[in-house]
Design a protein around this ligand. Structure first.
Ligand SMILES: [Zn+2]
Length: 319
C-alpha cells in the first residue's frame, strides 16, 4: 500500500466509526498477509498524526509520541537499541520543548529493551510494580526473544535495562506544556502484572498498550497474566467518558468503542468458559465449542485461532 494511502487509511481508522474501521483493519491485515510477518524494525519517517498532541509510529510495537510545548513523552521503545534510536529520532523531529520523558507500557522486550538508545538526561518513568517485573523478568524475556531468531538476537545483543528516574504507585500526571499525560496502572495483573496506560488531555486520547486492542484476542503469555484482572480492568475503563482516540500497541488505532467491544468479548468469553467448566467440560472441549460460538458472535474479528488457549488460561486461573 503506498504511504499516502496507508496514512489516509489510518486517519480514517482514527476518526471514523465502526464500519470504515472494520474495512481499514481488514486492509491492514491484508497488507500484513501480503508482506509476511511484521518487520522487527520500526519504519523511519513514517509518523501518523492521531490527535493535536499525539503521533504514532506504526510498527512492532506502535510507539506513541506525545508532544507538548515544554516536553515530549515517548511511549515504548521498540525491540532493542537500534529501534530505540529510531523512536528517539522521530520524537526529536516532532519535539517543541527541551525535556524528554520515556515510559513503557510493560516490561516485554519490544516495549522496553530499546531504552539504552535514549540520552542519559531522558526522564524514565514507570510504575513501581512494573519496575519490579523489569528487574525480576526483563532479562529472562530478552533471552527468550533472542532465542527466537538470529535477527532478534542481533537486535537484543547486550541489552541492559536502566533504572527509572521516577516511579509511581497507581498514577502520575506529567505536564508537557499545553497537554498532560496521565500514566496509570489499574493495580491488577492483565497482560502482565503491571500494564501501564496513558491518558492524554485535552486530546481525549488513550495510549492503551496491550490492554485495549482492536479486534484482537487477549495475549496471556504466562502464569502471571490474568483474564480476571483484564476483564476487571476493562470494566473500570468503561466508566471513563468515551475516549475519542485509542492507540493500541499491536493493532490499528480506533475510537472509544474499542473499550466496550473488548469488554463485551472478554467478559462474555470468561463467563461462558466458566459455565462450561461447571458443566464438567474439559478445557479442550470448551475451547472448540467457544471458538465456533465466538466466530458467530464476533464475525468481524479477523483471527480467533488462539481462542482455545485463552479458554485454557481461564480454566487454569479458576481451579
Ligand atoms: Zn507484551
Amino acid at each position: 500500500m503506498p504511504k499516502q494511502e496507508k496514512v489516509s487509511c489510518l486517519k480514517r481508522v482514527t476518526y471514523l466509526r465502526a464500519m470504515s474501521l472494520a474495512i481499514c483493519a481488514a486492509s491492514i491485515a491484508a497488507l500484513a498477509a501480503a508482506q509476511g510477518p511484521p518487520s522487527l524494525m520500526l519504519p523511519e519517517n513514517q509518523v501518523t498524526h492521531v490527535s493535536d498532541h499525539v503521533s504514532v509510529i506504526i510498527g512492532f510495537p506502535n510507539i506513541g509520541i506525545v508532544v507538548g510545548d515544554r516536553a515530549t513523552l515517548v511511549v515504548d521503545t521498540g525491540l532493542g537499541p537500534r529501534n530505540g534510536a529510531i523512536a528517539l529520532h522521530e520524537a526529536q523531529k516532532l519535539s517543541r520543548g527541551p525535556v524528554l520523558y520515556l515510559t513503557t507500557t510493560h516490561y516485554h522486550a519490544e516495549h522496553a529493551a530499546g531504552e539504552g538508545a535514549f540520552p542519559p538526561n531522558t526522564i524514565l518513568v514507570r510504575p513501581v510494580a512494573q519496575e519490579l517485573e523489569v528487574q525480576q523478568k526483563g532479562e529472562q524475556f530478552v533471552a527468550m526473544f533472542s532465542s527466537r531468531s538470529a535477527q532478534m538476537k542481533e537486535l537484543l545483543e547486550g541489552v541492559k535495562f536502566r533504572a527509572p528516574d521516577i516511579t509511581f504507585d497507581k498514577e502520575i500526571t506529567i505536564d508537557l506544556g499545553g497537554a498532560t499525560a496521565r500514566l496509570f496502572w489499574m493495580g491488577m495483573a492483565a497482560h502482565t502484572q503491571a500494564d501501564e496506560l496513558i491518558d492524554v488531555e485535552p486530546d481525549s486520547t488513550l495510549i492503551s498498550g496491550d490492554i485495549v486492542q482492536n479486534k484482537t484476542l487477549p495475549n496471556l503469555p504466562d502464569q502471571y497474566a490474568s483474564m480476571k484482572g483484564w476483564v476487571e480492568t476493562l470494566a473500570q475503563l468503561r466508566q471513563h467518558p468515551k475516549w475519542q482516540h485509542i492507540v493500541p500497541d499491536h493493532s490499528p488505532a480506533g475510537d472509544g468503542s474499542l473499550v466496550e467491544e473488548d469488554y463485551q468479548f472478554f467478559s462474555q468469553l470468561q463467563t461462558r468458559a466458566l459455565e462450561l467448566k461447571r458443566q464438567g467440560k474439559s478445557a479442550d472441549e470448551a475451547g472448540q465449542t467457544l471458538l465456533a460460538e465466538f466466530k458467530m458472535k464476533f464475525p468481524d474479528w479477523p483471527n480467533l485461532n488462539a481462542l482455545p488457549n485463552v479458554v485454557k488460561h481461564i480454566y487454569a486461573e479458576n481451579p
